[in-house]
Every structure is written in structure tokens, then in C-alpha cells.
Design a protein around this ligand. Structure first.
Ligand SMILES: *[C@@H]1O[C@H](CO)[C@@H](O)[C@H](O)[C@H]1NC(C)=O
Length: 230
């Protein structure tokens, strides 16, 4: 083989490697950062259980940071070789108990919730947030950047069991954050739609809010929704 052919083979191999790296970096397109209102989680037929650490604050809590594709699909359970390891985030545990509380029954200290979030979603963003500590820290940082309850209260939207227009809720978050959220409702025992989860979009770095490339396909809210107390 002459040296020129050897060079071009090397070039092709290098290109293939670059392509593989690029593909690995693009295994998702953006994140949904999802926060939930505990009052609506609990105000259902199924109800809820407070964590073993006690009743959470009356504030939106983190549900998760979920990799998603532009076409609406999402990857899940991407790496069975990196199971959740609480010892890797022990320094974050107290903060997580306060802003990422579990409300599932039976009562827990949050470990089962965070483990589920890491294994289903976190393992799919290891290309940009390789360590468990990076992933959970990114979510905690996002929570600090957008104080949803404060934004809504500044717009006169209070968790007092009253009904508010979906548009006024979306409008308040859009005005304060610069980005239109997706609102997910659930229903109380009487069948009223209520403010359950707020989705905002984040770039693949996990640090910057962006306009949503696509909204979730979930259940739509009625035009007026309840904001229950907690
Ligand atoms: C959506 O995009 C992802 C990633 O690009 C791809 O793997 C998946 O097959 C696509 N799904 C559909 C339904 O097009």
C-alpha cells in the first residue's frame, strides 16, 4: 500500500470516530425541567404520603429533568451499568429533601424517587452530565433560577383554592422567565382541573432555559384551573 492510501484510510477512520462522538453527543435534543405543585399532587382521589422528613414546604417541588427529542419521543433507562448511588450525592441530600421531596406512598426519605429519576432519565444525559452529582446539581440550580411560586404570586395567582385562567398562569411565567411553559393539570376528587406540573425547556448542557422545541402531548388543561392550597 502506498503512503497516500494509508493516509486516506487513516482520514476515513478519524472521520468515523468523529461521527461516533457527534452521535453520542446528540442522543437527546433538550431537557424538560418539570416542577410539581404538592397541593395538586395530594388533592386527588389517590392522595399522597408526606415524606419521612415531614410535610414539605408549600412550594413547587422538582419532579425531574428529562432528556427529550425534538420529534417528541424520549430516551429512557439508558445505562444499567450506572445504578443510583446515594453516596455520590450525600452533600445534596438535605437540599433535595427540601426542594425535591417525594409524595408517593408509602412514605419515604426521597431515595426511591431520586433513584427512579436517575435511572429512567439521568442515565440518558450522561453525554452532557456524566456524573450523578452533575445531574442532580443541574436540576437544583435550575430550580433556583425560576421561582415559580413567587412569579405566580406576584401576578396575583395564589394557592388558595381559587380558579385562575390557564392563560394568566402561562402569561405570568412567560413574562417573568422569557419562555412559555407547558402546564399539566390533574383532577381533584370533584373532577376539577388543577395546576399540577409546569414544564420548562433547557438546553443539553442542563444550565440554560430555552423556548420549547416541542410541547408534551399530555392531557390538556381546561381554560380555568384550580390552584389548591397545600
Ligand atoms: C425521534 O428522534 C430520535 C432521535 O433522533 C430517534 O431515535 C427516534 O427514532 C425518532 N422517533 C420517531 C418516532 O421519529
Amino acid at each position: 500500500m502506498n503512503p497516500r492510501n494509508a493516509n486516506s484510510i487513516l482520514f476515513v477512520v478519524l472521520q468515523a470516530q468523529i461521527l461516533i462522538v457527534l452521535c453520542a453527543a446528540q442522543d437527546f435534543d433538550f431537557f424538560y425541567f418539570v416542577q410539581q405543585w404538592p397541593g395538586s399532587y395530594c388533592d386527588t382521589k389517590q392522595s399522597c404520603c408526606y415524606p419521612t422528613t415531614g410535610k414539605p414546604a408549600a412550594d413547587f417541588g422538582i419532579h425531574g429533568l428529562w432528556p427529550n427529542n425534538r420529534n417528541g419521543s424520549y430516551p429512557s433507562n439508558c445505562n444499567p451499568n450506572t445504578p443510583f448511588d446515594p453516596s455520590k450525592i450525600s452533600d445534596l441530600k438535605r437540599t433535595m429533601q427540601s426542594v425535591w421531596p417525594t409524595l408517593a406512598c408509602p412514605s419515604g426519605d426521597g431515595t426511591a424517587f431520586w433513584s427512579h429519576e436517575w435511572e429512567k432519565h439521568g442515565t440518558c444525559s450522561e453525554s452532557t452530565l456524566p456524573r450523578q452529582h452533575d445531574y442532580f446539581s443541574a436540576a437544583l440550580n435550575l430550580k433556583k433560577q425560576v421561582d415559580l411560586l413567587n412569579i405566580l404570586q406576584n401576578a396575583g395567582i395564589e394557592p388558595n383554592g381559587n380558579f385562575y385562567s390557564l392563560n394568566s398562569i402561562k402569561g405570568a411565567v412567560t413574562a417573568a422567565s422569557g419562555f412559555t411553559p407547558w402546564i399539566e393539570c390533574n383532577v381533584d376528587e370533584s373532577g376539577n382541573g388543577q395546576l399540577y406540573q409546569v414544564y420548562m425547556c433547557v438546553d443539553t448542557s442542563g444550565f440554560n432555559f430555552i423556548g420549547c422545541p416541542v410541547f408534551p402531548k399530555g392531557r390538556r388543561c381546561p381554560s380555568d384551573i384550580e390552584f389548591p392550597s397545600f
